[in-house]
Design a protein around this ligand. Structure first.
Ligand code: ATP
Ligand code: MG
Length: 395
């Protein structure tokens, strides 16, 4: 079937009252970004309180649906057949062709739901429903009418052109990216943080990302893996600027001066501090991590409290109460999993102690950090000043 247009239905953004247009405009912007990756000519626009993607020329249907399924804010995608001819006989023929092609030889119950947006149209909706219903029954005897709970609702809208649609393909839900500010995702090469970024982007938040690497202890391959992950998340969130911060000297200094069982916590605290500074400089008003209670020693409640203590920005931890398997399920669905499980070195694991603290005492941690007094400010400043920013487009 050749669909000329896609009707985009949105859920939550419909409830935003006066600001609704901002949400609609953001949704259109995100649809345009997503469709740039699909061959063909597409026009996304608002028309009488609705969003349509109009197509001209050839395109690959599956690719369009795949792209639209990644645009947050879309609740349903309805492929629409359009008929320019509005005479009733033409409409009848178009509807019969539509039903024959979309539901070949299948028994189903249906209801015709027509609307006359063009009030000059000579036939009333109820008569259109009745006439078209009768025509479908006659042409396809395996069908029957059920006005209360039909398998298929056939929408026929008489507007400037006639729209015919019945399919509703679920979108990803959420809100259009860009409608809820910006946050900085601490993105490692693991399974969790890409999922965390995806979940917050789904709430309409634009994402910047930050990665701490420790060459030569972590390789270029590990860094490339993080870039690849950012590019997968970018399929949903739009392009992600990835801030790459060299953490080696800070890490070595902590290793030299602090008790080794506290290393991970102290390193995490410096990551959060640096992330916060770079977030603020880039107008991001929150941090995002992939932490989940109890997953590792640095994620017990006392450890999380110790890490959190150094931040004043809100820290979003969307996976906090998820089991690992639940996180893996999402990672597989959004297609980050395969990349996340590739072998790589992580600066958190290279310097990790055999027996890290699981109940860090904040006073002890602060005291240990006191050992860093001499050089740490300078090292942090250098790390921030020498950040590299990599623009990660969807791939
Ligand atoms: P992930 O699977 O996301 O790496 P993890 O279970 O390995 O998480 P940790 O290594 O303790 O957990 O990291 C906790 C969180 O800290 C990560 O989810 C991520 O947000 C952040 N993080 C850890 N290491 C880095 C890094 N090298 N660069 C940026 N962020 C990091
Ligand atoms: Mg990790």
């Amino acid at each position: 079937m050749k669909y000329q247009s896609f009707l985009i239905k949105y859920a939550e953004i419909g409830t935003k009252g006066k600001n609704r247009y901002l949400f609609e405009d953001a949704l259109i912007r995100q649809i345009k970004i997503a469709l740039k990756r699909v061959e063909g000519t597409f026009l996304a626009s608002k028309e009488s309180g609705r969003i349509y993607v109009q197509t001209t020329g050839d395109y690959d249907y599956d690719e369009v649906i795949e792209a639209l399924k990644k645009v947050f804010g879309i609740a349903w995608i309805c492929p629409v057949v359009q008929s320019e001819q509005k005479g009733f006989e033409s409409v009848r023929r178009a509807v019969l062709d539509y039903v024959g092609e979309v539901y070949p030889n299948r028994p189903f119950t249906f209801k015709v739901d027509s609307r006359r947006a063009d009030k000059t149209y000579p036939i009333h909706s109820e008569d259109i429903n009745r006439e078209l219903g009768a025509a479908i029954l006659a042409a396809y005897p395996q069908t029957s009418v059920d006005v209360h709970n039909p398998d298929v609702r056939i929408h026929v809208e008489i507007r400037k052109v006639v729209n015919i649609f019945s399919l509703m393909i679920p979108g990803p839900g959420g809100m259009p990216v860009g409608t809820n500010g910006k946050a900085m995702l601490l993105l490692s090469g693991g399974i969790d943080s890409p999922v965390a970024g995806y979940m917050i982007a789904r709430r309409g938040v634009k994402i910047d990302a930050i990665y701490f690497h420790a060459p030569p202890y972590t390789s270029d391959r590990a860094k490339q893996k993080v870039i690849d992950l950012a590019r997968i998340v970018a399929r949903y969130s739009g392009p992600i600027p990835l801030h790459v911060v060299n953490f080696t000297d800070i890490q070595l200094y902590i290793y030299e001066k602090c008790p080794h069982e506290e290393l991970t916590i102290i390193m995490r605290r410096y990551m959060m501090r640096i992330a916060e500074t770079i977030a603020t400089a880039n107008d991001a008003r929150a941090l995002i991590t992939g932490e989940s209670i109890g997953q590792v020693a640095s994620q017990t409640v006392p450890s999380l409290a110790a890490t959190n203590e150094v931040c004043t920005l809100p820290v979003f931890r969307p996976l906090i109460a998820f089991d690992k398997q639940e996180i893996v399920n999402i990672a597989e669905r959004i297609e980050t999993f395969e990349t996340s499980i590739l072998p790589y070195e992580d600066c958190c694991t290279i310097f990790v102690a055999k027996h890290p603290v699981i109940k860090p005492n904040i006073n002890c941690i602060r005291k240990s950090e006191g050992n860093l007094r001499e050089n740490i400010d300078e090292l942090v400043k250098t790390a921030i000043d020498t950040e590299e920013v990599i623009w990660c487009e969807a791939k």
